[in-house]
Design a protein around this ligand. Structure first.
Ligand code: SF4
Length: 315
């Protein structure tokens, strides 16, 4: 049985890049120190700032909200949780229910916005309508664009200086590989642990788990008793990222340093490119940041509404 490198008691986690095992107490200490050091080293937040934590109700984002609430005084920040209800039956409502309970017990203000209220349809309604015309758009493509839009819009509304997301090393490596497969060179190294922005309506994003493996976040959440309902989004089967995620986990079983190396490559590439979101303009429809004259959220939502309108008129 592996022993803790610090105290010799029973180990609960192994940190591959350190080659060490740690017990429950020392792993939790290590994890929290890493969270605080990442924030400090990358200048993610400043004293007096208002930090909006994007929370989905999954274990990663619950853990991020927990840590920000635990260390808000030490960091000198005000914390607010913001969540998006996409309208995915038997999935999101269960996650949000758990989130509301945790936010209350951690005494964090929570703001939940929905696709239905903002765009006029739930994701379920959009997918059903799109299925009837041959699923020209994948559920995750609509979901991702509209959720990012709504998170930024909500962060702006609540006066947040930063938008913190729970993206971890695994997420970053998956997105990097997807961009590589799609030869999307412009995006390869663009988003890092912090995002400097050039548009007044885009809240700067920070990712305190950027250098932390998903397994470590899961282990920490488990040790703190943070539980998320075990339900999976029904649309995950349409997600290309899901395939990459499984493949990467298989690779990691053979080579525990693989994800670190890919992330290091991403960092190296980004050092030769700009992490500023260049070429951002303002959407002529909604006034939010966009790389085109009309932003993707406006284009997508009006397309879905037009299909839903056609269905409605044909009844
Ligand atoms: Fe949205 Fe896709 Fe994630 Fe489901 S799997 S919540 S559709 S991004």
């Amino acid at each position: 049985m592996p022993k803790c490198w610090v105290c010799g008691s029973r180990a609960v986690a192994r940190i591959p890049y350190l080659g060490l095992h740690l017990c429950e107490t020392h792993f939790s200490e290590y994890f929290e120190r890493r969270f605080l050091e990442t924030i400090e080293r990358m200048s993610m937040v400043r004293r007096g700032e208002r930090v909006a934590v994007a929370v989905s109700g999954g274990k990663d984002s619950l853990t991020l909200l927990y840590l920000f609430s635990k260390y808000r005084r030490k960091l000198g920040v005000e914390v607010i949780g913001i969540a998006v209800d996409e309208g995915i039956k038997w999935y999101r409502e269960l996650k949000l229910e758990a989130l509301e309970g945790y936010a209350k017990s951690w005494e964090v203000e929570l703001r939940i916005e929905s696709f239905k209220a903002r765009f006029g349809f739930t994701l379920d309604e959009a997918v059903k309508a799109l299925m009837e015309v041959g699923l020209v758009l994948k559920p995750c493509s609509i979901c991702g664009v509209l959720r990012r839009y709504l998170l930024n819009e909500t962060a702006l509304k609540v006066g947040a200086d930063k938008l913190a997301t729970a993206h971890n090393m695994d997420d970053e490596v998956q997105v990097f590989l997807m961009n590589l497969i799609r030869a999307n060179l412009g995006s390869l190294g663009r988003e890092g642990a912090t995002t400097r922005v050039v548009h007044k309506a885009l809240v700067p994003r920070v990712k305190p788990f950027y250098f932390t493996r998903e397994k470590e976040v899961a282990a920490y959440a488990l040790l703190q008793g943070i539980k998320s309902p075990i339900v999976e989004c029904p649309y995950v089967v349409y997600s290309a990222r899901h395939v990459i995620r499984r493949w990467l986990n298989v690779v990691e079983m053979e080579d525990e340093h693989a994800k670190y190396r890919i992330l290091a490559l991403k960092e190296l590439l980004s050092s030769t490119s700009s992490r500023v979101w260049e070429g951002l303009t303002t959407c002529q429809v909604c006034g939010m940041p966009s790389s085109q004259s009309i932003c993707r959220a406006c284009l997508l939502s009006s397309y879905v509404r037009s299909i839903l309108g056609q269905r409605h008129n044909s009844f």
